[in-house]
Design a protein around this ligand. Sequence first.
Ligand code: LMR
Length: 328
Amino acid sequence: MLKTTVKALACALSLTAGLAFADPITIKFAHVVADNTPKGQGALLFKKLAEERLPGKVKVEVYPNSSLYGDGKEMEALLLGDVHMLAPSLAKFEHYNKGIQIYDLPFLFDDIEAVDRFQASPQGQKLLSSMEDKGITGLAYWHNGMKQLSSNKAMHEPKDARGLKFRVQASNVLDEQFKAIRANPRKMSFSEVYQGLQTGVVNGTENTWSNYYSQKVHEVQPYFTHSEHGVIDYMVITNTKFWKGLPDDVRGELKTIMDEVTVEVNRQADDLNREARDAIAKAGTSEIIELTPEQRAKWREAMQPVWKKFEGEIGKELIEAAQASNQQ
Ligand code: LMR
C-alpha cells in the first residue's frame, strides 16, 4: 500500500516537474548568407525577440553561412522537419511555384519600392500561401535589394559580357537572362561563389552589394557594374505541419514578432547595401562602373526578351500586376 502511494506520488511529482520545466520548442533557422546582411540581421532579431517574449517556451537557433544546410539541401531539410525556418532567395522556388519566378524577370521592377508595393498587393501576398499544398508556408517577404553585375572584365554594355561565364542561382529565368546577352550561365550554390570566381570557374556574377561585401567578392572581382537590373529578396518560410502544430498562443506571438522583424529588415536593407557599396569603393580593389541612361537601356533591351519566354509559366496577369507597381 505504502509502496503504491509513494510510487503514485513520485509519478505525480515528475509529471508536475515535467509541466513546469517542459523543454522549450527549438526552432532551427538556417540561411546561406553572413550575419552582417539584411537576412542575417533579420534572423538574429527574430531569435532575440522570440526568446525575450516567449521565455522558456521557444529557443531559436540561427545557422548562418550555409553552416547547417546550404542551397540544394535546405528545402529538402525543411520538408523533412530537420530545420524549421529558412529565408531562401526568391530565385530558389521554381520547383515549388512557377509564379514566384516573377521576381527574377530582369528590369521588371524600377526599384525596391516597386518590389515592396507588389509584395504587399493581393497578388504578392497570394504567393506566400501558394506552396501550402507542398508543405511550405510563407510567413513574410524580406528585402535584400537590387542586383548589380560583377566580372573580371569592365562591362558597360551587354556586348562586354559576351562569352563570359556567370554564376547564377538555381533559376531558369536567370539562366536565360545571361543567355540573352550571349554569356554562359552556370548554376552554383552561394557557398561556392567566392572560390568559383577566384579559380576562374566563372568570370562574373550578379548579387547585391551586401552579399558582395560580406563574401569578400571584391577581392576577386576587379569590376562591378551598378546595373540594378533585378532584385534579390527573400521569402521567410516554415514547414506547414510544424507551424500548424505549434500551440496557438506561441504561433500567434511568433507571427507578431515576424511582422515586426519584417518592418525592421526592410527599413535597414537599403542602408546595409549602401554601406557595403561604400566599403567596396573604399577597399580600392575594384572599379564600380556607373551606367549612362543609354547604356542601361541597352542592357534592358538585351535582357527583356526573357519575359516572353516565361510568360506562360508565370502568367501574364501576374506580370502586369508587377508592372503596375512601378507606376504608383
Ligand atoms: C545567392 O545565392 O546569390 C543569394 O540569393 C544568397 C542569398 O540568400 O542572399
